[in-house]
Design a binder for this molecule. Sequence first.
Ligand SMILES: Cc1cc2nc3c(=O)[nH]c(=O)nc-3n(C[C@H](O)[C@H](O)[C@H](O)COP(=O)(O)OP(=O)(O)OC[C@H]3O[C@@H](n4cnc5c(N)ncnc54)[C@H](O)[C@@H]3O)c2cc1C
Length: 490
Amino acid sequence: MAEAARQRTEVLVVGSGAGGAVTALELAAAGRDVAVLEEGGEHSTDDYGKSSPDAMRLLYRRRGMTPILGQVPLGYVEGACVGGSTEINSGFWHRTPREVLLRWHAQFGLAHAGVDEMAPHFDWAEARLGISKYDGEWPKSTRMFARGIEAMGWAYQEVPRAAPGCRSTNACASGCPIGKKRGMSHALWPTAREKGARLVPHCRVHQLLFERHRCIGVLAEVEVEPGRRVLARIDADHVFVCAGPTETPALLRRSGVKFHVGETLRVHPMLKVAARFPEIVDAHQSVLPLLQVKEFWPDVSLGGAFFTPGHLALGLSDNWPETADRMPRFRNMASYYVAVRGEGRGWVRPSKLGDGATLIHYDVGPGDLKNLSQGLARLCTLLLAAGAEEVLPAVRGMPSITSEDEAIRWLDEPLPKANLSLTTVHAFSSCPIGERSEKCAADSFGKLRRYENLYVNDASVLPDSPGVNPQGSVMAFARRNALHFIDRLS
Ligand SMILES: Cc1cc2nc3c(=O)[nH]c(=O)nc-3n(C[C@H](O)[C@H](O)[C@H](O)COP(=O)(O)OP(=O)(O)OC[C@H]3O[C@@H](n4cnc5c(N)ncnc54)[C@H](O)[C@@H]3O)c2cc1C
């Protein structure tokens, strides 16, 4: 690999997703000289909406195969492209709930992050992303869910999304091909560039470089033309690491920054089910179900999952001999989930083999198992009340639930832990912020302890599980922290 010329910038940002895009935009708008290094490629809407294997190759880390290991492994995916995971997410939007902010203050000493202090940052992000409710008639898979919720009499919410004018193409997970889902590549990057931020795709940062307690730059590998990579050294006065909840702690630890880094990964473990209805639902042709049951929040949320025949096959694969014959009836089916707040704890480490890989571990705790079991009982009763003929959970040895009695049993009994096929797309808290130095990697605004000019500003910083879809929290905290940094510089 040839050595490239040494370059310099005032502020260097690693990663262009929810945290990195907000950071770069605000710093550039304040007149700072900003360069952003992004491992993944930059793609236009022409590249979006492809089949799952193509989309995973283009937009996902490790082509969509990033396991979280532990007693119960979790299937995990994240984005690796300009815009990061916001390009492939569903755009569901929540503000950080008041109760969660209060807990973060009480438990982590998180300062200046009350509801009123966070509100302007949410207002800002919501305006840029056009956060709004779906403007068409609810698709059938949403209406079936609503019917079940109402039969149970539970509190629920139609969740607003970062997808104004969504036309129900059901392509969120492979990038919206009609540009309606407002990932960072559409929503923030054009403005950030206008303001002067320089974005370098296909550039993976391997190592942060230090002189005592100052980060003086990074060593990165850049693809200068297809198939030709060079090593580059980029010097900087200030460095923001926004590489996401798993790669931020991995990069920091690879570079020797370890104080409370990568020790406290939290996730929202998720258990999916497929429901088969007597009528045609055509969930594969519509936006995923738009409602979330809030009755059991913060411990348990019930909602709708992305659905294609391929995803259905994956969900049924635990009990394939008994369930494969449902595949021809996929038009009558839709997917839903139980998501729990995540009381277990995990860690992130760079692989010792020097291959740049990242090891991710999470232990599903007893509280998680109880919440998943009770959540499954409730989700199944809801779907049966909605008229489903059967519910097929991603639990080995439990091919199908057809009666309320079978379903309600899991309110009082734990599911067989080893048989669960869990997934998650919500990870955070691997570099928690707050004033409690005995447990926080960084201060309340993301400056890493023991370093003069090194910051984290992405999902890693959320002190603990937010209990709601995290992108809103990530963006609002990223903006708050970036503005605080600008104030202190001037
Ligand atoms: C399939 C899916 C569905 C989701 N649905 C929702 C939803 O509906 N609502 C919601 O609120 N949240 C959702 N999320 C979660 C949400 O997208 C994330 O919480 C959020 O994007 C995290 O922001 P981030 O900046 O921490 O990381 P990301 O947005 O993932 O950005 C990190 C970026 O850093 C880059 N990077 C990593 N390492 C390096 C390196 N060494 N050098 C250079 N670049 C690097 C990555 O390639 C990536 O582009 C979903 C996530 C996924 C994957």
